[in-house]
Design a protein around this ligand. Structure first.
Ligand SMILES: NC(=O)c1ccc[n+]([C@@H]2O[C@H](COP(=O)([O-])OP(=O)(O)OC[C@H]3O[C@@H](n4cnc5c(N)ncnc54)[C@H](OP(=O)(O)O)[C@@H]3O)[C@@H](O)[C@H]2O)c1
Length: 277
């Protein structure tokens, strides 16, 4: 049985990837921050292993005997390049043959510092001797789903620019294919969803699907800073403000033709994602 180390395993991405891997018959070591009580995807084939990505502590034990590593860094983290370097060095030391990195669509977009960190991480991973696959997802539909269900999608950027948001469960299926088969070896894949929709259109579709009003509201940067932004440390706050400026300019859209090929079928639409219980 294939055994895989998934880092960042207690985040929404890590839980979805763990679920897809165990559903396809793998055993998963879920790397979690030492002392963290954030739940992982619960399954008999998944177990927690403590790893501090900031220092690399725990990686040697976590990697011993695994067949592959799925590398997820915490979102908008200033230390992502350092964290990925720790994982890459430990994977080389442990002789791990296969690494899959969870990057982002348009990693070389200079308007977004957190994208450029993924670009740097991709570059350092390419220099290592293991087999490497890079997945570059668009923004997940799951980011806006809770707001849609609650009746208002409020964002601090334009309501009318295009996004090709994607279902996280589709990304997790591709992640499992990249880890468990040779089909996606030695390449990088942009993973955009099948529809190009603005936030105004996402809200209108949500209202149709849910059968109740769903508003799209553009809030000011000041309102965001006083609300969701207030809880953030200065660096992620600055990263996200830069992202909003980039979104204002051109949204966040990419090539929708790749994901269906990798999935071997039609990706989930926003309507599908809203309809899941
Ligand atoms: N959201 C999107 O639309 C999107 C799109 C494309 C790519 N991505 C990328 O997907 C990745 C994962 O995002 P996410 O929101 O699922 O992850 P997340 O929740 O931000 O982070 C995942 C986990 O990392 C853990 N963590 C934090 N510091 C750590 C440390 N020093 N050592 C070990 N673990 C540590 C956290 O543990 P605790 O729970 O204990 O704090 C958390 O559970 C990010 O790199 C993001 O850029 C996201």
């Amino acid at each position: 049985m294939t055994e895989v180390l998934v880092t960042g395993a207690a985040g929404k991405t890590g839980r979805a990837v763990t679920k897809a891997l165990v559903c396809r018959g793998a055993r998963v070591r879920c790397a979690v921050r030492p002392g963290s009580s954030t739940p992982i995807h619960e399954d008999a084939a998944a177990r927690r292993v403590p790893v501090d990505l900031a220092t690399g502590e725990g990686l040697g034990v976590a990697l011993a005997g695994v067949d592959a590593v799925y590398v997820i860094a915490p979102n908008v983290n200033a230390r992502e390049v350092e964290m990925v370097r720790h994982i890459a060095d430990a994977a080389v030391a442990a002789g791990i043959p296969r690494v899959v990195y969870h990057s982002v669509m348009h990693p070389d977009d200079t308007a977004m510092p957190h994208h450029l960190r993924k670009h740097e991480a991709e570059k350092l991973l390419r220099e290592k001797p293991f087999g490497l696959t890079i997945l570059r997802p668009a923004a997940y539909h799951q980011n806006l789903r809770p707001a849609a269900l609650a009746g208002e999608i409020a964002v601090p950027y334009s309501l009318d620019v295009p996004f090709t948001n994607v279902d996280l469960d589709d990304i997790a299926q591709v992640a499992a294919t990249a880890v468990l088969t040779r089909e996606l070896d030695h390449a990088a894949y942009d993973l955009a969803g099948p529809q190009e929709l603005s936030v105004r259109e996402l809200a209108a579709i949500a209202a149709d699907v849910l059968g109740r009003p769903v508003r799209a509201t553009q809030i000011s940067r000041e309102e965001w800073l006083a609300g969701a932004g207030a809880a953030l440390a200065p660096q992620p706050r600055a990263d996200l403000l830069a992202m909003f400026t980039a979104y204002d300019r051109e949204g966040f859209a990419g090539d929708s033709t790749i994901l269906p090929r990798l999935l071997g079928g039609a990706p989930s639409t926003w309507e599908n994602v809203l309809s899941v219980a």
